[in-house]
Design a protein around this ligand. Sequence first.
Ligand SMILES: C[S@@+](CC[C@H](N)C(=O)[O-])C[C@H]1O[C@@H](n2cnc3c(N)ncnc32)[C@H](O)[C@@H]1O
Length: 317
Amino acid sequence: MQSSKMLGSCVGGGTLSAALPRRALKLQRLISPTSPLLPSHQFHPISRRLSACGSAGAQQQQQQQQHQHQQQSPNLVALEYADLNLNPTISEELGLGHGRIRQHVNPLKTSLSAPVEVPDWNQVFRDPTLPLMVDIGSGSGRFLLWLAKRNLVVRNYLGLEIRKKLVKRSQFWVQDLALSNIHFMFANATTSYQQLVSTYPGPLMLVSILCPDPYFKKRHHKRRVVQKPLVDSIVNSLMPSGQVFIQSDVLDVALDMRDQFDSHSNILTHIHEIDTSVLCDSEGWLLNNPMGIRTEREIHAEFEGAKIYRRVYQKQM
Ligand SMILES: C[S@@+](CC[C@H](N)C(=O)[O-])C[C@H]1O[C@@H](n2cnc3c(N)ncnc32)[C@H](O)[C@@H]1O
């Protein structure tokens, strides 16, 4: 299937809490077995109450409010991923239960500067020649687990995450669900992406960077995961017609990522230039989530009414 037909919606009508389980079931039926993204006719917009744009101070305040909401409304994520039936006890065992403060990790610290060891891909995936999707900053891993469960024999999934406990829990869930097409690695994508992806035996069909840590302070921008060397590496490693999906609820971060991927316009084309039925706003942001499932951060941000800024690029044939 042409990937220009891959985009689609993630949200049904009604209130968020009422819509979630029904939507998850509906999307399970709709998702294509051969394409990473959904067909464009399945788009449906989400109502928004707040904008994520504004000053760094306002953004920080918004982030704090969102954090409070994450503690007040943990059921949102559980509802979205209800059909995964994830074992909850591991979260408490690892100290990742609801309401726990999540520590950021500084990706520039020396101990994270060396690339991780490349695994034996034959040990990691049942069939390491399948097309691969890589999620950079996979967080809780639920998003990738949901996709892997629906695409068992057609695609492999690799999550790169710099927080060790999250990786440990994600891998526990991989074993618990007996999935043989997904693997999570404790890795600093900045230093490990190139080596990992270049040794993978199959083609790289999709790379996602979804709601990366914003690092609002200018002096911390260098900690952001989307930097030129990684972007160059992603563009080079993608198969012909492979895709990049980026999104953020923070406009400044989204613009930064957009500028970096737009600078490869000789080889990357934004999806709505390929498929005019893909809906974008006047600034070129996709109106809807193309994957059929939202990430954890996306769920909380949309609960707050924030806009999600999304772009999908496709590499030339
Ligand atoms: C805001 S969270 C978003 C997680 C998930 N993508 C989502 O949308 O819910 C960003 C994640 O990226 C991870 N991260 C940040 N820098 C990273 C790096 N250099 N390499 C790998 N993961 C990184 C963080 O630990 C965190 O889990």
